[in-house]
Ligand binder design. Structure first.
Ligand SMILES: N[C@@H](CCC(=O)N[C@@H](CS)C(=O)NCC(=O)O)C(=O)O
Length: 215
């Protein structure tokens, strides 16, 4: 099984899961700046020209949430509740909420502070973030209230929804996301950082394409 990745938040979810579940996979880093995601061979796998992409035999899969669900089923992990339709509905609700609302709200901060410095896209335009504060607050209030009496996002345990929702918010301090007022979100993000594979999901540099064992 091969997983193509770049050092960014969507692949981060998948790499963390691979490490956390000790999945044997060849992890292949693509060079965004060199245009490798737009190369014909990669575009044939993922016509969005984005990462991550999973190739397992005949199966080619993109979208990190689908890849995470696939890996959980393959590995027999209840981080995707394959055996429980009720729990699937719960997880799906939060995956959808993330992709439609939360990701949109946190992405501008993450882009200006993390993406730009990671890929050399220039200095953060912090002025542009002033207009994003209200939208972030609107959805942060929803998430913070949800987490007030819960340790995890769904099902009373760690699921792929946690990795989906936390992939950009994990960088809230360096991204200057105004999440200070939301104690339950901060506690949830700090808890996740206690998971070694979440805290450090990236393959080691000396073995960039090798399967990675959990730390
Ligand atoms: N919804 C997709 C998002 C994929 C995505 O946007 N990947 C970004 C990195 S986080 C990417 O490959 N960007 C490269 C580009 O747009 O050129 C997923 O969850 O897999």
């Amino acid at each position: 099984m091969k997983i193509y990745w770049i050092k960014a938040q969507a692949p981060r979810r998948v790499l963390a899961l691979v490490k956390h579940l000790r999945i044997d996979a060849e992890l292949i880093e693509k060079d965004l700046i060199a245009g490798e995601l737009k190369a014909a061979d990669y575009a044939a796998l993922n016509p969005n020209c984005k990462a991550p992409t999973l190739v397992d035999g005949e199966r080619v899969l993109w979208e990190s949430s689908a890849i995470m669900a696939y890996l959980c089923i393959r590995q027999g992990s209840d981080m995707w509740p394959a055996q429980s339709p009720d729990e699937q509905i719960e997880v799906l609700r939060w995956l959808s909420w993330n992709d439609c609302h939360w990701a949109e709200a946190v992405a501008p901060f993450y882009f200006e502070h993390v993406v730009k410095s990671t890929f050399g896209f220039g200095v953060p335009d912090t002025g542009s973030l002033q207009g994003e504060v209200e939208r972030l607050a609107k959805f942060a209030r929803v998430l913070d209230a949800h987490l007030a009496d819960r340790r995890y996002i769904a099902c009373g345990r760690l699921t792929i929804a946690d990795f989906q929702l936390a992939s950009m918010a994990a960088y809230w301090r360096e991204s200057e996301m105004p999440l200070e007022p939301y104690a339950h979100i901060r506690r949830w993000l700090e808890d996740l950082m206690q998971i070694p594979a979440w805290a450090d999901p990236w393959p080691s540099e000396d073995r960039p394409s090798a399967a990675v064992a959990a730390g």
